[in-house]
Design a binder for this molecule. Sequence first.
Ligand code: DQA
Length: 145
Amino acid sequence: MTRQIFVLNGPNLNLLGQREPGIYGALSLASIETACRALGEELGFQIDFRQSNHEGVLVDWIHEANEKAAGVAINPGAYGHTSIALHDAIRAIAVPVVELHLSNIHAREAFRHKSMIAPVVKGVICGLGQDSYLLALRALKTLTE
Ligand code: DQA
């Protein structure tokens, strides 16, 4: 059975590849999406890959995931550090959520060390670039079995 997985991306991640490549790498979000789709196929997942710069849109997608998806991988971008709304949305749903970041948020500015969503997700992966996404999908494979 093919299960649907939402891969959600928060603000500024549409600029990947151009944005601070020394921190976030040279890959575009489109090429990360391609890699997620390829691994998803291998894992039996249909990947629904989305990006928004708007907090409320991300909240709506988290709610939608509860109806349509088996699990969620989310790179919340900066909203991960600030958003009680994302925290509450993730708390409110039953499907497993994995938080991920391209960069190692703990090796960066102090304001990035805190994640508002970390207490309500199954696990957190950070610092591994594109592999953070791919490892999140592998984790969801186990979490959704
Ligand atoms: C990020 C880390 C956040 O601190 C930052 O605001 C981002 C990207 C990452 O993937 O490394 O936008 O989530």
